[in-house]
Design a protein around this ligand. Structure first.
Ligand code: EPZ
Length: 424
């Protein structure tokens, strides 16, 4: 099991380039199931979850080419013959976003058998809203032996109002509705940029979608979708993570190839702490040359402050002057990074959905354990300013969503290296 070894104290200086958004690439890869023609996706991040999705689609009978040549990060997915429209527990347990194949499979093949994802470190992660929406579209759903089975001769359009805002729930049903008979209206839909990116691909494939990126999405079903070529949007969470890295280390870091319009909530919180940033249309420069003040965050659905940036912001708050209140409203158990930060010297008290962070406290290096994707990012950030050499174990968590993180950080001055399992 790989570890990351990080010696803190170096300000990050220079330019780091953001990869494509994992959480846009995953639904876009699933969308290829909706057509028997090839779908080409560019700017695919080289992360573990993409490999898992490739394996998932290939197991169904799709032909999936995945190339990370110097010139491009591209995948071509051709779902001509889907022999077995299934997603096995073996694959789904490693990546719950596998449930994104449910809607496309029912719409394309008339049936799907997908393992229930089960919980994960950050929470229960139910998919009841996905299932309820598919039933409203006319699918017959049964659940047994840990699998959900859905069948439908042809889905029919319906009005679906989500009880809670769900990102992959919106994406799953958006994809299913493209081939349904008649019009579907999704109310209380997720407004994340990744939803809009998926809709952009689907419309290139011949779907008729309006309103993606807003709370109400209208889809006019069509009989068939065709192949298309699409470039995935930049990863706003990776960009936000590097913004905090630049601020924390007192560096001067240019985050290139990002979309600042996706970072408004993050940039406004950084401004509130006193961190200086400067944006162009495709980059943000962060200058951490002055002390920064505490400020409160409360995670909300987009365009609010993203839950996927909560752990990273908490690392920043440990170095801010004053008390920051971090409230996590989306997931029930997303403070696992807090105890590891406390072991490094942070002063954090958890009270239910709130964490009270008192700064500034010097951090000292320690052997720490990554527990989930964004918690790992938080530990990397803390290690960048801790005194001494921090060893982070179970970094496979971070490899799920950050492409070559040690190379990118080393490229801007961090003292970081990856070590393989030292056991014989
Ligand atoms: C997506 O997960 C992201 N993953 C997550 O990113 C992100 O944290 C999350 O949205 C929130 O922004 C992908 O896009 C692949 P939800 P998702 O459905 O869709 C409840 C990362 O770090 N809910 O929006 O699974 C759920 O329990 C990952 O990249 C139901 O109750 O999240 C949660 O409390 C982590 N029933 C809330 O809604 C359902 O059927 C939001 O979950 C579905 C969700």
């Amino acid at each position: 099991m790989d570890k990351l070894v990080i010696r803190g104290g170096e300000p990050l200086l220079g330019t780091v380039r953001v990869s494509g958004a994992k959480n846009a690439a995953l639904p876009c890869m699933a969308a290829a199931l909706l057509t028997d023609e090839p779908v080409i996706l560019e700017n695919i991040p080289q992360v573990r979850d993409i490999q898992t999705t490739r394996n998932l689609l290939a197991a169904m009978g799709a032909e999936v080419e995945l190339g990370y040549g110097r010139a491009h990060h591209r995948t071509t997915i051709h779902c001509q013959n889907l022999a077995s429209p299934e997603a096995s527990y073996e694959l789904v347990k490693t990546m719950r976003a596998s449930t994104l194949v449910l809607g496309p499979l029912v719409a394309r093949c008339g049936r799907a058998r997908v393992s229930l994802p089960g919980g994960c470190a950050i929470g229960q992660r139910p998919i009841d809203l996905h299932i309820k929406g598919l039933e409203l579209l006319g699918a017959k759903i049964t659940q047994d032996h840990g699998y959900v089975e859905a069948t439908a001769t042809r889905l029919r359009g319906a009005e679906i109002a989500f009880d809670k805002i769900t990102v992959t729930g919106t994406e799953d049903l958006l994809m299913a509705a493209t081939l349904a008979d008649g019009e579907t209206i999704l109310q209380n839909a997720a407004r994340e940029p990744e939803v809009a990116d998926l809709a952009a691909l689907l419309n290139k494939m011949g779907a008729k979608i309006q309103g993606a990126g807003t709370a109400t999405i209208r889809i006019k079903g069509v009989a068939k979708l065709k192949g298309a070529k699409h470039r995935i949007i930049p990863d706003r969470i990776e960009a936000g993570t590097f913004l905090i890295a630049g601020a924390l280390t007192g560096g001067d870091l240019n985050i290139a190839g990002c979309d600042p319009t996706h970072l408004v909530a993050i940039l406004s919180k950084l401004k509130e702490t006193g961190v200086k940033t400067k944006s162009t249309a495709t980059s943000v420069r962060v200058m951490g040359d002055n002390p920064f003040a505490a400020c409160d965050i409360s995670t909300e659905e987009y365009p609010g402050f993203p839950t996927d940036m909560q752990a990273q912001f908490m690392a920043l708050a440990t170095q801010a002057e004053g008390t920051s209140i971090v409230t996590e409203n989306i997931f029930e158990n997303r403070f696992m990074h807090a105890q590891e930060l406390v072991r490094m010297g942070a002063n954090i008290k958890i009270e239910g959905r709130r964490a009270v962070v008192r700064g500034k406290t010097p951090l000292s290096a320690a052997a720490v354990l990554a527990s989930d994707l964004r918690a790992s990012a938080s530990l990397v950030l803390a290690a960048l300013v801790a005194d001494g050499e921090t060893i982070i174990d179970r970094v496979y968590h971070i490899d799920r969503g950050y492409e070559k993180i040690e190379e990118k950080l080393k490229g801007v001055g961090a003292q970081i290296r990856r070590i393989g399992n030292m056991l014989p």
